[in-house]
Ligand binder design. Structure first.
Ligand code: DP6
Length: 361
């Protein structure tokens, strides 16, 4: 598939108004996307677990307007009008208009809500942009008299979500999604996410992700700025190669269920992501003292118990704790007694691996 394959032929049906609702989850990368080229093309392939509990539900209402001069939309978060979200949506619409030429023909009302608090530091762009892309695809499907295969629908929705926020293209399906060309993953593409095509060992079934909310404040440096700092970064080339290697290594980990190897790759990826931030120019640090406290506690716990608890990080201070279902009881006790103290107001979110977006109506 190329970009051109997502430009639609003239639509076969007319549509006055309607509404669609989708809910779409967040995801957590194991091999990180950090660095991009023009048009939201990733500098390296990434792979993520789709989450289950952390999700956004978006209702898109649309009604035909008399002219097609401008974009016209209102956006609400939890019932509250959010004009400050408008520039991001407008940028998204501009990027995708060539692929959805109906965007200026309708007035849209976008009503969105998250299962997690907006200010929790959990990125809502992945779940939010994927939910919106799916709603827009439902409109297009209607304009095509429903004449669209399920496969094309999901592929194009992921393609569109990517243009809203890169990592969003990994949120539509589950349970393990690859985005970005990789020579050992057939069908992998820079343009959209694909399901990891090989067998996954049963140890990864129902894998847990407990998210420790260390710092719920606004990020000081946005992901977009961070990605751009990978241009001319002194370690960029090696980093991008490392991501390819780590994805290759994960293939045998997923096949054989080697949790120790899994931990080594995932933690190294998280720390490398933050090392890239610390070594860019300008440099910045998103980890907080409590992030470090948690990491050290995890390492000590693992040494003492041999249990397979590991961490990963997003572009922020929060810590995602990943662990297998089989060890969940003991690990959860440890989280509660030793780690929750490092969370802001004791807040954390219990999530686990999930299977992607759902159409609500
Ligand atoms: C650190 O997808 O938020 O979470 O494409 O600029 O919207 P944009 O960036 P975004 O970057 C997320 C980066 C990350 C790692 C990852 O999810 O792979």
């Amino acid at each position: 598939m190329t970009e051109k394959d997502f430009i639609p032929k003239p639509y076969s049906s007319a549509l006055e108004k309607g509404s669609f609702t989708w809910s779409s989850p967040s995801n957590i990368a194991l091999v990180k996307y950090w660095g991009k080229k023009e048009n939201q093309i990733p500098a390296n392939p990434s792979i993520s677990f789709t989450l289950d509990a952390c999700k956004t539900t978006t209702e898109l209402k649309f009604s035909k307007k008399s002219n097609s001069c401008n974009y016209s939309f209102d956006i609400f978060l939890e019932g509250e009008k959010k004009d400050d979200f408008k520039p991001k949506i407008e940028t998204f619409f501009k990027r995708i208009e060539v692929y959805l030429p109906f965007l200026k023909d309708y007035h849209f009302v976008i009503e969105t809500s998250n299962t997690f608090p907006y200010s929790s530091g959990i990125a809502s762009s992945a779940s939010g942009m994927s939910a919106l892309a799916l709603c827009l695809m439902s409109v297009e499907k209607e304009l095509n008299d429903k004449n669209v295969s399920e496969e094309y629908f999901m592929q194009k929705a992921s393609f569109l979500a990517r243009l809203g926020s890169g990592s969003a293209c990994r949120s539509l399906q589950g349970d393990l999604i690859v985005w970005g060309n990789h020579n050992q993953i057939p069908e992998s593409s820079d343009l959209y996410g694909v399901k990891y095509p090989f067998k996954i060992h049963k140890k990864f079934k129902n894998f847990h992700d407990t998210i420790l909310l260390v710092d719920k404040g606004e990020k000081q440096v946005s992901s977009t700025v961070g990605h751009n700092l990978m241009h001319n970064h002194p370690y960029a080339k090696q980093r991008f190669e490392q991501a390819h290697d780590n994805l290759s290594k994960l293939k045998s980990v997923f096949k054989e269920g080697n949790l120790n190897e899994f931990i080594a790759i995932v933690e190294s990826e998280a720390l490398t992501l933050h090392a890239m931030m610390m070594t860019s120019m300008p440099y910045f640090i998103l980890m907080k003292p409590n992030t470090m406290e948690i990491i050290n506690k995890i390492w000590k716990f693992r040494q003492e118990t041999g249990l397979h608890l590991c961490f990963t990080l997003d572009a922020g201070a929060n810590v995602h704790l990943l662990y297998p279902e089989k060890e969940a009881e003991d690990i959860f006790k440890f989280i509660n007694t030793e780690l929750v103290a490092y969370c802001q107001n004791g807040h954390y979110i219990c999530d686990r691996i999930g299977f992607g977006a759902k159409k609500v109506k």
